[in-house]
Design a protein around this ligand. Structure first.
Ligand code: NAP
Length: 307
């Protein structure tokens, strides 16, 4: 943990020392791995709050260069990124991606400092998080599964909701960072339970989107206008609150990709790994998103427009 001011006068020392001590607790070197839609924005926010970042991404992209221009340290491998830090954050597509940065000669677990905390914000399945927690524990690295609810906008504004699985002591060490990135931290249970909750949340998100899509089509076939259907659904308790936020994407005024459709399909498939056999709504949702897999890089709200 760096102390920013090297130039500490004796006369002002008692107040400044306390202040610097506080700063050193608050400002830490962080290894941040994964500079996609979410990771790049979360990293920017951490830099805005004064933290020093050591960054790695499989591909050195524009977001990496922007962060480097602002003082982030580019690292050629995950191992190099994590070696001098006490906090590691990963924000990657799926279990395969996390595995590829965690294991091997250039992986996180090769070089992570003993006692360092690793927050994996990627959406993965609970079994995979438990495997990572075990492999981390073998290296004396404290693993937390910390997937997030909230997309691009909340990532920029620090309004994510963290769903945490892991030990309370480790959560408390990472909490100040989660509070910069998010508006709420929910401790869901032990290792894997944050990931479990995230799959529950995204199941609901998919169902909300699919049901409003179908409701709108039914209404329009009965002669109602799209605007009046959305106005009515949003004004009543029947629509999930997220629908109001998605409306600009339905109406075409927002055409950006916030949450890629391929990631929603991945999350539904991960939820299908649950032992339950009879999940007809989940199966229907998977089928619908699979039929649109060719649009995997579009926003998941593409499903609203597709017929
Ligand atoms: P994204 O833009 O697609 O970024 C994915 C990241 O994973 C990139 O940094 C990518 O590196 C890296 N990656 C993919 N495969 C890899 C591999 N095999 N090895 C190493 N790195 C690999 O995704 P995102 O939207 O930021 O989402 C990241 C995670 O957060 C996903 O699990 C997603 O489900 C979840 N999430 C997303 C949102 C959202 O609204 N976007 C919201 C909540 C949670 P390259 O740049 O080299 O491809």
């Amino acid at each position: 943990m760096p102390i920013r001011s090297q130039d500490q006068g004796v006369a002002e020392s008692s107040h400044l020392t306390r202040w610097e001590t506080l700063l050193s607790l608050i400002l830490m070197d962080i290894a941040f791995i994964g500079m996609g839609i979410m990771g790049s924005r979360m990293a920017q926010r951490l830099m805005d709050s004064g933290h020093t970042l050591r960054i790695y991404n499989r591909t050195r992209n524009e977001s990496c260069d922007e962060l480097i221009d602002r003082g982030a340290v580019w690292c050629e491998s995950p191992a190099i990124a994590v070696s001098p830090t006490t906090l590691i954050i990963t924000m990657l597509s799926d279990p395969e991606a996390v595995k590829s940065v965690a294991r091997g000669e250039t992986g996180i677990l090769k070089q992570a400092a003993r006692g360092s905390v690793w927050m994996d914000c990627s959406t993965v399945d609970p079994e995979f998080s438990m495997t990572m927690a075990k492999e981390s524990a073998d290296k004396d690295v404290r693993f937390l599964d910390t997937p997030v609810a909230g997309s691009k906008g909340p990532a920029e504004k620090g309004e994510l909701v963290f769903l945490v699985g892991g030990e309370s002591d480790d959560l408390e060490k990472a909490r100040p960072i989660m509070e910069i990135l998010g508006k709420k931290v929910i401790h869901c249970g032990g290792p894997g339970q944050g990931s479990a909750m995230k799959l529950v949340v995204n199941y609901m998100l998919a169902q909300s989107l699919l049901s409003v899509t179908e409701a709108s089509r039914i209404g329009q076939s009965l002669g109602l206008s799209e605007a009046s259907i959305l106005d009515t659904l949003i004004a009543t308790p029947v629509a999930a609150p997220v629908i109001a936020g998605l409306r600009p994407r339905f109406e075409g005024s927002d055409r950006e990709t916030h949450f890629p459709l391929k990631h929603m399909l991945k999350d539904l498939r991960l939820a299908r790994k649950s032992q339950l056999l009879d999940l007809p709504l989940l199966d229907a949702a998977i089928k619908r998103f699979e039929s649109l897999a060719g649009e995997g890089n579009s926003d998941f709200s593409y499903v609203y427009h597709a017929h």
